[in-house]
Design a protein around this ligand. Structure first.
Ligand code: UD1
Length: 376
């Protein structure tokens, strides 16, 4: 058996490669993009020792086609991942995520005769706003219009205009992405499903919720809020919560994500082709900050700003029934424990420069993605 990991030098890719059985040969393709790797142009020494590392954009198939002849399993992670950024860098997101996946599949069809499995890192972003349970018990798709957001009406309403309660998203609920990033992840899924149907290659699509953990690139302002919030808390600066601070997310610890990928790649074939990978514990951003303060032993300074990011989802809650059955309900890292580990690691790192963070916010403001509601 031989495994190819695209995007293998990223935060999740490294955790996966470190957890794969040592007896399995691994090839890692990664472009080492400046934003995600803070300008580092070489692979970490341990990764070069563990895997054959190729620095290449996956669209440049000539750079890696001749390494595919013995590949049995592909774990496909290479992608751009910033939801906000995708709303004003559409072409870059579509190029890397959609064209990149198409190029990879073309190269595999031509050069990987032993390919038997492909595991895709998809995202919760494919669901968009998700579904609401309305007063009579029906489930209806949720939506948030710009008009409502601009007047500070944050909660999604059902397609028929009525209010409702968000429900945990099951994998067979309809996908209705609200961001370019979510659209590209949905396209990736479709490309994989289509090619698997034609080739007979087994596919598993893992829809990751908000992954966090040691190893996240703190100098990348698009890397996710836990790194940003830690940097601000560390410097005793104000943490800005968008909307009313009641946005919900499911934060899943990186080792638990890596565990799912390793099992999908080298374990028995998973019983489902699409699975949510979450923590079972979605929380509001206010609760996240409280728990982070407790883990750090500090008191966060919080400003609920009433600003909003176009393309953001209000409540991201995952139904993890499939994943729980597959992993036999195995232990998953609680948010409290994950944040304790994160803070311990973070305290040893060079945190995100607040200047870089400010620039990323200004970029989103200029492009109309980060906006203030009218009552602000
Ligand atoms: C994240 C991931 C995405 C993944 C998805 C799955 C990142 C960069 N993106 O998107 O790759 O597929 O989860 O659910 O990790 N916010 C604030 N204050 C800030 C910054 C952000 O309140 O200073 C809010 C955002 O508006 C958003 C929430 O925090 O509502 C989370 O934002 P973010 O960490 O960027 O992640 P997602 O958009 O959920």
């Amino acid at each position: 058996m031989s495994i190819l990991v695209t995007g293998g030098a990223g935060f999740i890719g490294r955790a996966i490669i470190a957890s794969l059985p040592e007896s399995v040969p691994v090839t890692c393709i990664d472009v080492l993009e400046a934003q995600a790797h803070a300008g580092r142009t070489t692979f970490p020494a341990w990764l070069s020792d563990r895997a054959r590392c190729i620095r290449a954009d996956i669209r440049d198939t000539t750079a890696y086609a001749d390494t595919l002849h013995d590949v049995d399993v592909v774990i496909h992670l290479a992608a751009q991942t910033g939801t906000g950024q995708s709303m004003y860098e559409r072409s870059r997101y579509v190029g890397h995520n959609v064209d990149g996946t198409a190029c990879l599949l073309d190269a595999l069809a031509l050069h990987a005769p032993h390919l038997s499995r492909i595991v895709l890192a998809s995202s919760r972003a494919v669901y968009g706003e998700g579904m609401l349970r309305v007063h009579d018990g029906r489930l209806l798709p949720a939506q948030r219009t710009l008009d409502r957001l601009s007047s500070g009406q944050w909660n999604a309403i059902a397609a028929d205009g009525s209010p409702g309660d968000p429900v945990a998203m099951q994998e067979d609920f309809p996908c209705n992405p609200t961001s370019v990033y979510g659209l590209t992840k949905w396209w990736q899924e479709q490309l994989i499903v289509d090619s698997a149907a034609r080739s007979g290659v087994h596919h598993t699509i893992l829809r990751i919720q908000n992954a966090y953990g040691p190893g996240q690139e703190l100098r990348n302002p698009y890397t996710g809020i836990i790194g940003i919030f830690c940097s601000l808390l560390f410097r005793d600066l104000e943490i800005e919560l968008f909307e009313d601070g009641e946005v919900m997310r499911d934060f899943v610890y990186v080792d638990d994500v890596a565990d799912a990928f390793v099992r999908a790649a080298v374990g028995d074939r998973p019983p489902y082709s699409i699975m949510n990978i979450g923590s079972r514990d979605a929380v509001s951003l206010r609760t996240l900050v409280d728990r982070l303060g407790a883990a750090a032993g500090r008191t966060p300074r919080v400003r609920v700003s009433g600003r909003y990011r176009v393309g953001d989802i209000r409540h991201a809650i995952a139904d993890t029934t499939r994943c729980d059955a597959w992993l036999q309900g195995g232990p998953r890292t609680s948010l409290e424990e994950g944040l304790r580990r994160y803070w311990a690691w973070f305290s040893e790192q060079e945190a995100l420069a607040t200047e870089t963070l400010r620039e990323s916010f200004e970029e989103m403001e200029r492009s109309g993605v980060l906006r203030a509601s009218e009552d602000q």
